[in-house]
Ligand binder design. Structure first.
Ligand code: FAD
Length: 375
């Protein structure tokens, strides 16, 4: 039986980043069901960092971690974790009020996000149809992230600090005696006073095993296709284009265009696969908003974005079960918030206050803790 201070379940970006932080001054083991970390949602994102997306807590956590990506700690990575990209939220005439309301909200934390003219939007992304567009705002701070470099950096850093990642180690059951959890996995038994549930879409399944109340986590499938950009067009510097009501988005990525219908189909936790209908909807929406003809689809995939009711992650000790800590519900923001959220998670798991910069951005432990979902 192997012992540690914190046993983390799940080696996606949530578990890896929390483990990286906690390993600074404690012993940490991360157990992962799959043969490699990142097989599920973490390996299926579209790798965007933006200050213009999601509820206040999400935008605050992204901002609190932005500098980690632009200026990572020495030795964390040997390649850049991000590069500037920009992102435009676009609206049709019938969506203008929604776009304006969204802009007013995001400017609270990020005043550099502003409306741009249609001429400017079309200059930046020439395939946008002028007769489709009514209004556009630009987040100039958006970055494209190298998710693999970030995830591997956390895992490498965790190991360099003495932590361990054990794959092929599906958690099967829990038992607590004398202040210590004994956790049975397919790779043997582990013991720790604190277990951290970072099981992604399976967080409520793991909660059920431990006897905890569920947080009402809903995994939602999202589909992505990759296709060739229009012939002869330089797309590297296109900002990401997001429909203001999330009916579609597209992003130029390594010589291809990634497109999504921004679907949110609730499904049980699973190894998610794309559906033909969602691919057809993606093509239809992109062709209505742009002059791009989506020809051959080079590849397609789907992943699960897992949300609780208010769309904010659940990070904190469970009030009813001693030594049980939640780190779940990162939704569609788990990569961009990982640097900020992992600092918050580590502080709360150590029984400390939230880091001051995160508190200064208006985030409280109550915003993150599970109790808010049960009151
Ligand atoms: C299409 C798509 C686009 C996205 N785009 C972005 C984006 O642009 N920017 C952004 O920030 N985020 C994005 N996201 C969201 C982001 O990818 C997720 O928020 C993040 O990856 C969630 O990480 P996680 O560690 O919670 O989950 P996961 O990566 O799924 O990790 C959880 C791990 O727990 C393991 N596990 C489960 N049960 C057990 C068990 N019993 N025992 C042991 N291990 C177990 C699983 O095998 C899994 O590896 C996107 C997601 C999708 C699907």
């Amino acid at each position: 039986m192997r012992e540690c201070d914190y046993l983390i379940i799940g080696a996606g970006i949530g578990g890896a980043s929390a483990g990286y932080r906690l390993a600074e001054n404690a012993s940490v083991i991360v157990v992962e069901r799959e043969e490699r970390p990142g097989y599920h949602t973490t390996g299926r994102s579209v790798a965007v960092y933006t200050e213009a997306y999601g509820p206040h807590v999400i935008r605050a956590l992204a901002i609190a971690g932005g500098e980690f990506f632009t200026a990572p700690p020495k030795g964390f990575t040997d390649k850049p974790l991000c590069h500037p990209h920009g992102l435009m939220f676009v609206a049709r005439a019938d969506q203008r009020a929604i776009l304006e309301a969204a802009l007013a909200e995001v400017q609270e934390l990020s005043p550099s996000i502003a409306m741009i003219s249609l001429d400017e939007a079309i200059r930046r992304v020439p395939v946008l149809r002028r007769d489709y567009l009514d209004s556009v705002f630009l987040d100039p701070n958006t970055m494209a992230l190298d998710v693999d470099a970030i995830h591997q950096g956390y895992l490498r850093g965790l190991k360099a600090r003495g932590g361990e990642v054990v794959c092929d180690a599906e958690v099967l059951g829990f038992d607590r005696k004398a202040g210590l959890w004994k956790v049975e996995t397919k790779a043997g038994v582990f013991a720790a006073p604190v277990v951290i549930n970072a099981a992604g879409a399976w967080a409520d399944v793991v909660a059920g095993m431990i006897g905890a109340r569920e947080i009402g986590l809903v995994p939602k499938r999202r589909t992505v296709i990759a296709f060739a950009p229009p012939a002869g067009m330089k797309t590297d510097d296109w900002p990401v284009v997001f429909d203001t009501q999330e009916e579609f988005y597209f992003k130029a990525d390594a010589g291809t265009i990634l497109g999504s219908p921004a679907d949110e189909t609730p499904v049980p936790p699973q190894d998610s696969q794309p559906e033909e209908l969602d691919i057809a909807i993606t093509v239809d929406r992109l062709e209505k908003a742009t002059t791009m003809a989506v020809g051959r689809i080079i590849r397609s995939w789907a992943g699960l974005r897992s949300f609780v009711a208010d769309g904010v992650p659940v990070v904190g000790f469970d009030p009813d079960i001693e030594g049980y800590f939640w780190c779940a519900g990162q939704g569609g923001y788990g990569i961009e918030t990982s640097a900020g959220l992992s600092r918050a998670a580590a502080a709360l798991a150590r029984g400390e206050d939230l880091p001051q910069d995160i508190a200064d951005l208006g985030v409280t432990p109550a915003d993150l803790g599970p109790q808010r979902l049960w009151s």
